[in-house]
Design a protein around this ligand. Sequence first.
Ligand code: GDD
Ligand code: MG
Length: 356
Amino acid sequence: MKALILAGGFATRLRPLSCSRPKTLFPLVNRPLLQWIFERLADGGVDEVILAVNALTQFYIRQQKPCKCGLKVRFSLDPPKNPLGTAGPIKKAEKLLGHDEPFIVLNGDIFADIDYKALIEAHKKANALATMALCSVEDPSCFGVVELCKDNYITRFIEKPPKGQVPSNFINAGAYVLDPGVFDFIPEGRAVSIEREIFPRLVVAKQLVGHCIDGLWMDIGKPAEYLEANRLLLSSFAHKIVNPKNVLAEIKSPVALEQGVVVGEKSILGPYAIIGKNVKIGCNVTISNSIVFSDAEIGDDVKLNGAVVGEGAYIGRHADIGDGCIIADQAKVKENVHMRDGATVCPAKEISENVL
Ligand code: GDD
Ligand code: MG
């Protein structure tokens, strides 16, 4: 079984963290999102994955080398300067995906605990070209929303409907099983939106069915959602997390520490502290509700609460950073700086004054 992962978007709402890494490589409890996705696909019986990306995302993935979980991984690149949208890359990968059997397509920017075997079974049972995983959310207006009839056929699909005009709370979870017959619906050589151009046509042809999923599903589109997704995953997988034993800090669970973390005396980590590989933390530091990417350095007496600190960033002594603030990769916050209210520092920039 093959799967195509759409991962060529620009994650603009996650800037400045996404200035230096694609969303699919954002760490979720210290593992890149892509690795969580690979793991679930491998469990679902997939053996080959095609990553539909742009050249920059390909570069970052090759550099970071996330664990492939036994999958054969290939790239299919959008043409430079002309991203192909969410259906164009499927058409472009037609030869790689082949015409022999159905394949999976999924958005590479969501965490979804999908049982792919069950999704494939549902597709085999239904008499349609496409089966869409659905989940139920409180506010569906920023997603693709469906109207379902009793036999699970989707009778309407509206991408991001205006508030008050949503047909149901069931949204497109961003994972599909498609028959090769869907290739005939996608025009070649241009950007095509699967949500705005292809699904509505499949609905008219009575070729789109829905399959409700009930596992954890999270969109990490905005910084607050990214923090929340980490928090939820940390709670859900707390029993599986083994923290290194030689860390002397006081630990308030749940906490996830990667290998090589060094912590000075009297520091308190947690609750909800996620610390990446080789992070150096000084003395008397408190870190709660925060994510620190690998190789960052945190000086003595620093307080982090509700912050994200990027890879290789440096936080000077006595700094106090809270409330959704983001320090991007390789950035530097000087001593005594206080930051609040979602303030951000761009990659490799330096800040020496308070941002309140
Ligand atoms: N290769 C490639 N080229 N990939 C792309 C392109 C492109 O031009 N544009 C977007 N993608 C990828 C993104 O990286 C992402 O993984 C996926 O396609 C979906 O695009 P988004 O831009 O993130 O769409 P969205 O979040 O607004 O909405 C989509 O996801 C929702 C679920 O999170 C839609 O599919 C909605 O219907 C759905 O509910
Ligand atoms: Mg998205």
